[in-house]
Structures are given as structure tokens and as C-alpha cells.
Design a protein around this ligand. Structure first.
Ligand code: FES
Ligand SMILES: [Fe+2]
Length: 401
């Protein structure tokens, strides 16, 4: 713990502090957790189904009528913004003959219409129209009740610009699940920071890349700052490893923080900051892997989210979005600053590709099956593995009980 830092959470540890004696020798995920298609599906239906996972951005479905299809670990889903401005998620499959309902993001208007026989569902998923079901020009038939054939919904909720899903439907409410993280960052960035985030949907507001690796390796790489001097030599000049601290946030997240984030770096107009950010900690920035698949970064003048979309056991799409403390940040006068941030972070995340993909290639080796957690530098990564293994065990037990 930094002696002057008012954060008193026991979650914060220094990489230069005492070693955790419990770590060496403790269990890590085996290779097959990164390479086996069967394990990938099992993981979806056990570990991930029982928690809240990131599915998309709130801005993907910005307006009532917006639809956005997502393949989530092999499951065809669709996000929808309904007429009451509420996010909804459905299994993206027509109740008639199983046609994929929505193939492309866009505006469905008031009706989501199946491309095959044109059945129409309203934005709450209710089946409303069945053209020609009783013969040409006859749109009803005896014994068929539309009310019995609504789309199958998936529990969802929004926070920090992300649409989260809970496939099992029985996790605690999202706000309750996120409480340890939100309360920590409300102390830092103000009590309503998460309500005021403004997504930048402009040209410098997002980034996307595809990794030839299992998504968990991207989580693990994001957890630790150990690789900073070697993989991010430029970043290390202005945010060096020795200014970082480890973070573990039970039970849902881990990562790292720095005390030297430089808000004035570069000569462009500084961005508006979170109005209620703790003035004693303006240079604090924190980077947390919110399990299982959301990477978050918070600084006094910007916020970002990376969604790790697991497209195959060995392929992950990273979707990044920047969010700001105020709508004013999207103004033209801050364009250069937003562009600089975008460029700098794109370089950092591109630098991580080779190590994340290299770890994936390493998972083909019978000479490695879990590896080591060092007692100082790998504390946050170890925390992620413990979370994963404990949930796998819980859910496996639940499945057979
Ligand atoms: S499969 Fe959708 S209307 Fe027939
Ligand atoms: Fe990195």
C-alpha cells in the first residue's frame, strides 16, 4: 500500500511488497482450457453462464429500434433497444423454422422481421404478425396463438457503457455484482461517474482487432504490469513498472494501477476531467480485468472498455471503446487530444498481440500445462485463475447435484 494513498482496500498490494506464500505451486488452468473446443463450450455453459459477461456496447443499440447481432461463444444472440429505451437480448433465432433472425446491425423500426417467411416480432420479442400462415392473404390459423411464440430472452442489464448478459438468469443483480468495483471507482472518480460516461462513437472512439488466441490469455495479459518494460518500452518511459501496484477485487476483478498517469502529456487541449475526481489522486489510473471478458481503464480524463468477444477457442475479437466524463469532450476543440489518446492506446494494445498469441502457441506444448505464478508479479493473474477454477468447481458440482 502506498503510504499516502487514501484507498484503504486490502485489495491493493505493491509488486515490491511481501510475497504471497500461497501462490507458488497453486493450481493453474491446464492447456486444454485454451485449446479444447469441448472445454470452451462447457466453460460457456458453466463458468460464464452463471455470471455477468459483456456482450456489446450500449452505443451499439443507441436508439429504440436498433438491433445488433452477436455470436457469443457460438450462441447466436441479438441486442435490441426497445421502445422504452431499455436494452434487451434475445436468442437470435426465429421461432418458426429456426432462421437467424437478424444478420446485420441496423434500425429495425418497430418490427424485427424474419427474412425467411416474414414473421414479425415487436421490440419486446412478442410475435405479432405471421403473413400467409392460413394460406395466401390469410394471416391467422386456428390453433396457432402468437402469444405462445415470443422470442426467447436472455437476462441483460447495462453499466459503464456495456450491455452485460447473465445466461443462467439467476446471478445477483448486475449492480450488486459490480458493487466492489463501482464503489472503489466512485471513491476515485465521483459518486455518479458511471452514470455520466459518454461514449465516443466518432472516428477516434473505437478500435477493433482479432487475436489468434483464447480470450483468457488477453485477460491474463491485461492483469499484470510485469511485461511493461519489455513489451511496452515507450509506455514504460511515462508510466514505469515501479509506479504500479497490483489490484485484486474480490470476487470479480483484478489488475493494476499507476500513480503517474500524466494528464498534460502532449501539447493538445487537455480533456475535461471527471468533475468529482479526487483531486489528491489526479495521476492515479487503474486497469482492471472484470471477469470474465471485460477490460476496463479509468483515468481522470477518460475511460475505456475492451470487450473480449470469444469467437472460437483460439480466436478473440477485441472491441475497444473510449468514453468521456462529459459531452464537451466530444467537441471539435478536443479532437487532437482524442486522436492522440487513440493513437497511444492503439500502439499499446497492438504491442500485446504478439505475446498473447505467443502464449496461445505455447499452449500446444506438452512440456507446459499451467505454468507458474510468481509470488509478486503474478498476483492478479493468479486471482483470475482462482476465480475461474472455483466457479468451474461450483458449477460442475451444481450440474451433477
Ligand atoms: S423461419 Fe422465420 S418466418 Fe419462417
Ligand atoms: Fe500490455
Amino acid at each position: 500500500m502506498h503510504p499516502t494513498d487514501p484507498i484503504t482496500s486490502t485489495a491493493e498490494t505493491s509488486p515490491h511488497g511481501a510475497a504471497d506464500p500461497a501462490i507458488p505451486g497453486s493450481a493453474a488452468l491446464p492447456n486444454r482450457a485454451y485449446t479444447s473446443y469441448d472445454d470452451w463450450l462447457k466453460e460457456r455453459d458453466t463458468v460464464i453462464a452463471q455470471t455477468w459477461a459483456g456482450l456489446g456496447f450500449s452505443s451499439d443499440i443507441a436508439e429504440p429500434g436498433s438491433v445488433y447481432p452477436v455470436m457469443f461463444m457460438g450462441l447466436p444472440l441479438v441486442m435490441v433497444r426497445d421502445q422504452h429505451n431499455r436494452a434487451r437480448v434475445f436468442h437470435n433465432v426465429c421461432r418458426h423454422r429456426g432462421m437467424q433472425l437478424v444478420a446485420e446491425a441496423g434500425d429495425a423500426g418497430l418490427v424485427i422481421r424474419c427474412p425467411y417467411h416474414k414473421w414479425g416480432y415487436d421490440l419486446s420479442g412478442q410475435l405479432k404478425t405471421t403473413p400467409n400462415i392460413g394460406g395466401m392473404g390469410i394471416h391467422e390459423v386456428a390453433g396457432f396463438n402468437c402469444a405462445d411464440h415470443a422470442l426467447t430472452g436472455v437476462r441483460c442489464d447495462e453499466s459503464m457503457g456495456v450491455v452485460f448478459i447473465n445466461l443462467s438468469g439467476d446471478s445477483p443483480a448486475l449492480s450488486e455484482y459490480l458493487e466492489p468495483l463501482l464503489s472503489r471507482w466512485r471513491d476515485l472518480a465521483g459518486p455518479s461517474f458511471d452514470q455520466q460516461l459518454i461514449a465516443d462513437t466518432g472516428e477516434h472512439g473505437s478500435m477493433e482487432l482479432v487475436l489468434n488466441s483464447n480470450y483468457k490469455l488477453a485477460v491474463e495479459n491485461y492483469c499484470e504490469s510485469y511485461h511493461l518494460p519489455f513489451v511496452h518500452p515507450d509506455l514504460n518511459t511515462y508510466s514505469p513498472l515501479d509506479a504500479h501496484y497490483n489490484l485484486t477485487l474480490d470476487p470479480l476483478a483484478s489488475g493494476q494501477g499507476t500513480r503517474v498517469y500524466d494528464l498534460t502529456r502532449g501539447d493538445s487541449e487537455p480533456l475535461p476531467q471527471f468533475a468529482e475526481w479526487d483531486s489528491e489522486r489526479l495521476k492515479t489510473a487503474e486497469y482492471l480485468s472484470l471477469y470474465p471478458n471485460v477490460l476496463l481503464g479509468i483515468q481522470a480524463d477518460h475511460f475505456f472498455v475492451i470487450l473480449l468477444m470469444s469467437e472460437a477457442v483460439n480466436q478473440t475479437r477485441e472491441r475497444l471503446q473510449f468514453l468521456y466524463a462529459d459531452t464537451a469532450a466530444i467537441d471539435e476543440i478536443y479532437r487532437a487530444r482524442r486522436e492522440n489518446l487513440h493513437t497511444a492506446w492503439c500502439i499499446v494494445f497492438a504491442e500485446d498481440i504478439s505475446v498473447v498469441e505467443g502464449m496461445q502457441r505455447g499452449r500446444a506444448s506438452p512440456a507446459f500445462d499451467g505454468g507458474l505464478f510468481t509470488p509478486l508479479m503474478d498476483v492478479p493473474t493468479h486471482h483470475f485463475h482462482q476465480w475461474f477454477l472455483s466457479r468451474l468447481k461450483q458449477n460442475t458440482t451444481r450440474a451433477v447435484s
